[in-house]
Design a protein around this ligand. Structure first.
Ligand SMILES: CC(C)(COP(=O)(O)OP(=O)(O)OC[C@H]1O[C@@H](n2cnc3c(N)ncnc32)[C@H](O)[C@@H]1OP(=O)(O)O)[C@@H](O)C(=O)NCCC(=O)NCCS
Length: 156
């Protein structure tokens, strides 16, 4: 039985800012997709570890669609928040925006969901605190996450 105390979504919400430098860019002067994926994974795992209080590993990344590029000299803003906590796994939604700090323009770049698993000291999956659901939007997000989890596990 999971005896851990529920935690709110706000408690683990995570924001990261990255300034796009030449070493992050592809041949077109825009940020390399693999670099954005690494930042997404990092932002997500910080959120997962804040919620679970354990080191976490990435177990599943949903589809990624890059909607609009971010150029050298612009900023990548990432925001991760829990959508659901299950037994030992958590679904986390990471939203990515581009930002031009000179003009103030901001635009959506990417949104994805990642499943992380909390690990024990013996390197086995370990229980995570339940997610406290404080609004109808959070309850709806949890229902969606549970259905996606069912579909992911069916593919194993
Ligand atoms: C994560 C890992 C420990 C899970 O091991 P396992 O033997 O599958 O363990 P379990 O079957 O007990 O599953 C553990 C959790 O992962 C979830 N899980 C496993 N496969 C999954 C998948 N394809 N999609 C979503 N969740 C999955 C299970 O549902 C379970 O969560 P729950 O307790 O909330 O139901 C193992 O798959 C692993 O080490 N993978 C590699 C992780 C890695 O190296 N990541 C990259 C670097 S961080």
């Amino acid at each position: 039985m999971n005896t851990l105390l529920p935690k709110s979504r706000v408690a683990s919400a995570t924001e990261m800012l990255e300034y796009v430098l030449p070493q992050h860019a592809n041949l077109y002067g825009t940020v390399f997709g693999g670099q954005v994926m690494a930042w997404v994974d990092l932002c997500g795992v910080i959120c997962a570890q804040r919620h679970s209080g354990r080191p976490c590993v990435t177990v599943f990344v949903d589809d990624l669609l890059f909607k609009r590029p971010v150029r050298i000299g612009q900023v990548v803003r990432l925001r991760a928040q829990m959508t659901a906590a299950f037994g030992t796994s958590m679904e986390i939604e990471v939203s990515v925006f581009g930002e031009d700090t000179v003009t103030g323009e901001q635009w959506p770049t990417l949104e994805c969901r990642i499943t992380f698993v909390a690990m024990s000291d013996e390197l086995r999956p370990t229980a995570v605190p339940p997610l406290r659901l404080d609004s109808d939007a959070e309850r709806d997000a949890h229902v969606g996450a549970a259905e996606r989890r069912r579909q992911r596990l069916a593919k194993r």
